[in-house]
Write a protein that binds this ligand. Sequence first.
Ligand SMILES: [Zn+2]
Length: 296
Amino acid sequence: MVYTDYLQRVLFEDVDARCVVVRLQDVIEEVNKRCADTPAVAQRLLSEALLLSALMSSGLKFSGRISLQIRADSGPLRMLVADCTDQGGLRGTVSVDSAERLPEQTSDLIGELSGNAVLTLTLDPSEGGQRWQGIVPFEGRCLADAVAGYFERSEQLPTVFRLATDGKVAAAIMLQRMPGDDSDSDGWNHLEHLLATVEDGELLDLPAETLLRRLFHAERRRLFPARELCFYCPCSRERVENMLLSLGPDELASMADEPEPVEVRCQFCNQSYRFEPSELAALYPDEAVQGPPTLH
Ligand SMILES: [Zn+2]
């Protein structure tokens, strides 16, 4: 099966390390279509975040999702979120405060975020289980650097990323040392050296299998079948209802008092959920929440 969007893993037999390749095309098109008004530099950063969340999803040991978030208190880019489920469902969104203040180059945008933003990685199991979050200052020359720095410091897992995007296709490769083994530094250094030879064109154009064979042809390795990735947003009317309920009865009552319906739009997929005042009032059936008075 040939996919346009996929993830492929390889394990090395003689070094405790793994390598993952991700290629995104339809997902990038879907996400960019949904944030068409967002300047290209922010779209590029979002593409990189989608690649990184897909790469990291390959290590999930439970059903759920991994989410990568950048949040800045000031500056033109306020928030960026990309997440990927264990089933390969990706979504992302970026919120820009003032598009005209955004620099054109990704490196300049990274410069603005460094020291001014935080990077959060969240593991969110879907079937109960403990939600886990790691929060570190955003540091590095690129987003991949910031995430690699996180793995190095917090997880003690040496990790190397290479990312490439051309606006339509985004592709990336990750080399990661397995936990608990640092005996074979030579083997690891050799793999790292091989990975450093990969070029953007190879990442974007070559099928993962060909790329991995070309890079690591002399290494004993075990290749796993490619897994498809796709755009997926789990939002639903029920989830929006729960969000509205969390606002509390007083807030809902004042919303239900307004004559106009309330429209909630999902920031990830733009799906709109509309609630009439009577539907808002019905969310708290046991509370004294009334809709607007009617004449009859
Ligand atoms: Zn949605």
